[in-house]
Design a protein around this ligand. Structure first.
Ligand code: SAM
Length: 302
């Protein structure tokens, strides 16, 4: 599936699980499936492999088939699995620590946290994504007969639109503290849509709410990463026909950590290299340098 530069995006584009931005959710599921094969996984996702098999995309199928067991992995495969394993674990721990009665997973993709991590009694969880992505996930989960470990609601909406209307219609209560998650989302949003997203989250967050997010890029980062990818220095499959960088935006936008801090949120950022080190996993200097201005943060509203 070749996607041409400079951008494969348009204003109201939509997708399913094997196209455009939808396929990135499948790619992450494939990485989580690999991570789950590790003897000591950073996160165990028993649903990830089933998502990949059900989608039947040649690249992700080949990725899992060719990787084999952990003992056979080359450095590239291990780094790919750990890049997403590290992120998954970080946000699993974020949810365990935030302990709010309400949870909103924005751009949930094939995130199976509703089915795989423990939740306190009475928690209500909302997953927001495009309709075809939610439909695919629901079909696979349905065939597996898995039950959510939490009260789960799907919200089919576009995060560039007025998604809070759909969220509230699904039962979201702005008076309750919420733990929000934006994992692997911001770089797929134009700057204005990202800024609007944080305005909306801020407006819907009662005191005691939390945010966990993978922050986006700074202007110029996408070009640097694209250049490195062209030289084979990217994470992920070397011979992939899928050019993820053509789906990213790096137009100007607020720095979410600063914007939230100015509005009374206590923000705690971490960069990818520090996080990997704290998890006992390598993150080579060449990647630390390449991804230097992006990472993750959590925030709590006082
Ligand atoms: C890289 S995947 C991440 C999925 C999931 N958060 C995870 O980490 O496994 C990106 C996800 O963002 C969703 N997404 C991106 N832009 C969106 C938009 N404007 N509206 C709704 N969903 C969007 C895609 O459908 C996809 O599921």
């Amino acid at each position: 599936m070749a996607i041409n530069h400079p951008s494969a995006r348009s204003e109201n584009d939509s997708w399913d699980i094997v196209s455009s931005v939808g396929y990135t959710a499948l790619g992450v599921a494939s990485a989580r499936a690999l991570q789950s094969r590790r003897a000591q996984p950073l996160a165990l996702d028993p649903f990830a492999e089933a998502f990949v098999k059900a989608a039947g995309h040649p690249e992700t199928d080949a990725q899992l088939a060719n990787a084999g067991d952990e003992a056979d992995w080359d450095e590239r495969t291990a780094l790919w699995a750990d890049f997403f394993g590290s992120r998954t674990r970080y946000f699993d721990e974020y949810f365990a620590a935030s302990a709010t009665p309400q949870v909103v997973i924005l751009a949930s993709g094939l995130d199976a946290r509703a089915y795989r991590i423990p939740w306190a009694k009475g928690v209500v969880l909302f997953e927001v994504d495009q309709p075809e992505v939610l439909r695919f996930k629901g079909e696979v989960i349905g065939k597996l007969g898995a039950q959510p470990l939490v009260e789960r609601h799907e919200v089919a909406a576009d995060l560039r639109d007025d998604w809070p209307v759909a969220l509230k219609a699904a039962g979201f209560d702005p008076a309750k503290p919420t733990a929000w998650l934006a994992e692997g989302l911001l770089i797929y949003l134009p700057g204005a849509a990202q800024d609007a997203l944080f305005e909306q989250i801020n407006a819907l967050s009662a005191p005691g709410s939390h945010i966990g997010a993978e922050n986006g890029f700074r202007p110029g980062d996408v070009g640097r990463i694209r250049e490195a990818a062209a030289k084979g220095l990217s994470l992920g499959a070397e011979d992939s026909a899928f050019d993820v960088t053509s789906l990213w935006y790096d137009d100007p936008r607020e720095l979410p950590e600063r914007w939230l801090a100015e509005r009374g949120w206590d923000v705690a950022p971490v960069n990818r290299a520090e996080l990997a080190a704290s998890q006992g996993r390598p993150f080579p200097d060449r990647f630390a340098e390449l991804w230097r201005s992006s990472g993750y943060f959590t925030a709590e509203r006082r």
